[in-house]
Design a protein around this ligand. Structure first.
Ligand SMILES: [Zn+2]
Length: 196
């Protein structure tokens, strides 16, 4: 499983290093505690590698903020967006900090509703997980969904746990604020809800 998800493993290791996991609560573990800590880190890395697999099963796994000792929480989920044309290009652009690369995915009010259940349907979702306490840990997932001829859904992680600045999350929350996702059989999901 580790070998199957090398990108995830290295992403997790990089994140652990960046967050300074080796200085825990101002304490530098040595000797026996260090070995115990190694075992824990290995478990975290393995758990991280499993995340991609679990996501394919439709489950979501939280990321741990080691600064705050809190689990991250889902703070933003997009409505269904247009399918990604070129996953590699999108991934490269987002990794380079170019979030305008998401613009082509955003449906416009005049567009037909994005189909999510019909055979042949394809759509994208954005998900942001964030530490509930600090502004330092925001991670973005971009997942492509497709529905085959039998109506079975498949999903592919295009961008997995990309560390983003909190303003990216706030921009997304602002952009989609007030929009509701209607029941699948209803049209016009992108319309604003009627004002009370
Ligand atoms: Zn935090």
């Amino acid at each position: 499983m580790l070998l199957g998800e090398p990108e995830t493993v290295w992403a997790i290791i990089g994140r652990i290093n960046a967050m300074g996991a080796w200085s825990v609560f101002g304490w530098q573990p040595t000797g026996y505690p260090l070995w115990a800590f190694w075992a824990l880190e290995l478990a975290v890395i393995t758990f991280g590698a499993m995340k991609g697999v679990l996501l394919k099963l439709g489950q979501s796994v939280n990321i741990y903020c080691e600064d705050c000792r809190r689990w991250s929480e889902e703070v933003f989920t997009s409505p269904p967006l247009k399918p990604v044309e070129d996953g590699e290009a999108l991934k490269s652009a987002l990794e380079a900090g170019d979030f305008s690369a998401l613009e082509p995915l955003y449906p416009q009010p005049e567009d037909d509703p994005i189909e999510t259940e019909d055979p042949g349907a394809a759509f994208t979702r954005l998900l942001v997980m964030a530490c509930p306490q600090c502004e330092n840990l925001h991670v973005l997932d971009v997942t492509a969904f497709s529905v085959d001829g039998d109506g079975d859904k498949a999903e592919e992680l295009i961008v997995d746990n990309l560390l983003v600045q909190s303003r990216v999350t706030h921009d997304l929350q602002h952009r989609f604020a007030g929009y509701v996702e209607p029941e699948p059989e209803k049209k016009g999901w992108f319309a604003k809800p009627s004002s009370k």
